[in-house]
Design a protein around this ligand. Structure first.
Ligand code: GTP
Length: 337
C-alpha cells in the first residue's frame, strides 16, 4: 500500500515554533509529529510513502535517514507550494494505478485506516474521505452525506458555530479520477478537486468513525494533543504522565503537573511550578518560576521567579527573571520582558 503525506504547509498558526522547525518535525511527546503519522501508516500496512513539499529535502533528511525504511519515503520538492491538491496530483506518476492513501502530515489520529481501505473497496467508490464529528465546524470543511454515506456537498469554514461532520484530512483516492488535473499547478483539494468531483457525479464515500482526531495547527491544539496522549486517550500510545525525556532534570522541590511533557535535556529548577505545558529540548524553567499552558521552544528559558501563562516562546527565547507574561508569542527577535 502506498500513501502520500502532505508536509508542505507553512505552519503560520504555530509560529514562532515553526520559524525554525517545519510543523511535521516538531516533537509530540517523544518523537516528531511526522514519526507518529508514519508509525500509524506502517501499522496499517503502508510500505511506501511519497512526500511532496516546498521544503528542501535537506530539512527532513536527518529525520528520514534516522528512521530507516519503515516505510520507504521518496521526496518530491515543489518549486513553489502546490497546495493540498497540487501536491498529490504532481506525484501521481509515482503511485501506480491502485487506490492510495493521502493524508495531512499534521494530524494526530488513531483512525482505523485498514477499515477505511476495506470500506473503500467494498463500496466501489472513487474517493473515500475520513469524517470527524465536531460541535463547532467554523475552523473546518463540512462534508454533507446522504443516508447511505455518499458525499453530497462540501462547505468550507461555515461562519456559524454549527455541528457536523468535517473533512478529517485523510483520503483514499483512486488515481484515475485525479489524472485530468494539471500537475505543477496550485490546487486546493478540499475547495477545488472534491467539489468538482461531486458535481460530476463521481462516487465519494464519507467514512465516519469515533476515532481520536486532532489537527495540530495551533498552540492550543498542540498542547491538547500532548495532554490527550499523556492521558492515554489515543489508541496505541502509552506514556508516563508527566513525561520526562532523556537527560531532563526536575528538581525534587519543583511541582510538575500531570499534563506536562519535558523534552530531552530540559530543566525545571527548585521551587518552580509547571502545568499543562510542553518544554522542548534543552529549555529551562528557572528557580521559583511558574509556567502554565505554554510551550517553550528548544533552549528557551523562563527566568527565576517569572510567570508565564498561555504563551509560546520560540527557540532560544529568554524571559527575564521576575517578568510576568500572559498570552504572548515571542519569536527569537522579540522583546522579552
Ligand atoms: P497554517 O499556515 O497554520 O494554516 O498551517 P499549514 O500551512 O500546515 O496549513 P494547513 O494546516 O491547512 O495544511 C494542511 C496540510 O496540508 C498540512 O499537512 C500541510 O503540511 C499541507 N500543505 C498545505 N499546503 C501545502 C502545499 O502547498 N504543499 C504541500 N506539499 N503540502 C501542503
Amino acid at each position: 500500500m502506498k500513501a502520500v503525506v502532505l508536509v508542505g504547509g507553512e505552519g503560520t498558526r504555530l509560529r514562532p515554533l515553526t520559524e525554525t522547525v517545519p510543523k511535521p518535525l516538531l516533537p509530540l511527546v517523544d518523537r516528531p509529529i511526522l514519526a507518529h503519522v508514519l508509525d500509524h501508516l506502517v501499522a496499517h500496512g503502508v510500505t511506501e510513502v511519497v512526500m511532496s513539499s516546498p521544503y528542501l529535502e535537506e530539512t527532513f533528511h536527518p529525520f528520514l535517514e534516522a528512521r530507516g525504511d519503515r516505510p520507504t519515503v521518496s521526496w518530491v520538492t515543489e518549486r513553489e507550494p502546490l497546495g493540498t491538491g497540487g501536491a498529490i496530483v504532481s506525484v501521481l506518476d509515482r503511485l501506480g494505478d491502485d487506490p492510495f492513501l493521502a493524508l495531512n502530515g499534521d494530524i494526530l489520529t488513531d483512525l482505523d485506516l485498514t477499515a477505511m481501505l476495506d470500506r473503500h473497496r467494498s463500496r466501489g467508490v472513487a474517493v473515500t474521505i475520513a469524517l470527524h464529528r465536531v460541535e463547532d465546524a467554523r475552523a473546518f470543511g463540512l462534508v454533507a452525506t446522504d443516508p447511505t454515506g455518499l458525499v453530497t456537498a462540501f462547505r468550507e469554514k461555515p461562519p456559524d458555530p454549527i455541528s457536523g461532520d468535517v473533512n478529517a484530512g485523510t483520503y483514499v483516492l483512486d488515481p484515475a479520477v485525479l489524472r485530468g488535473w494539471d500537475p505543477g499547478t496550485y490546487i486546493w483539494i478540499e475547495g477545488e478537486i472534491f467539489p468538482s468531483l461531486v458535481a460530476e457525479g463521481v462516487p465519494m464515500d464519507g467514512f465516519g468513525s469515533d476515532a481520536y482526531w486532532l489537527d495540530l495547527g495551533t498552540p492550543e491544539q498542540y498542547l491538547r494533543a500532548h495532554a490527550d496522549l499523556l492521558a492515554g486517550r489515543v489508541a496505541g500510545h502509552a506514556y508516563d504522565a508527566p513525561w520526562i525525556g532523556p537527560g531532563a532534570r526536575v528538581d525534587p522541590s519543583a511541582r510538575v503537573g500531570r499534563f506536562v511533557a519535558i523534552g530531552p535535556d530540559a530543566r525545571v529548577e527548585a521551587g518552580a511550578d509547571v502545568d499543562g505545558t510542553v518544554l522542548l529540548s534543552g529549555s529551562v524553567v528557572e528557580e521559583g518560576a511558574r509556567v502554565v499552558r505554554s510551550v517553550l521552544g528548544t533552549g528557551a528559558t523562563v527566568g527565576a521567579g517569572a510567570s508565564l501563562a498561555g504563551s509560546v516562546l520560540g527557540d532560544g527565547v529568554r524571559v527575564d527573571p521576575g517578568a510576568s507574561l500572559d498570552g504572548v508569542r515571542l519569536g527569537a527577535d522579540a522583546a522579552r520582558t
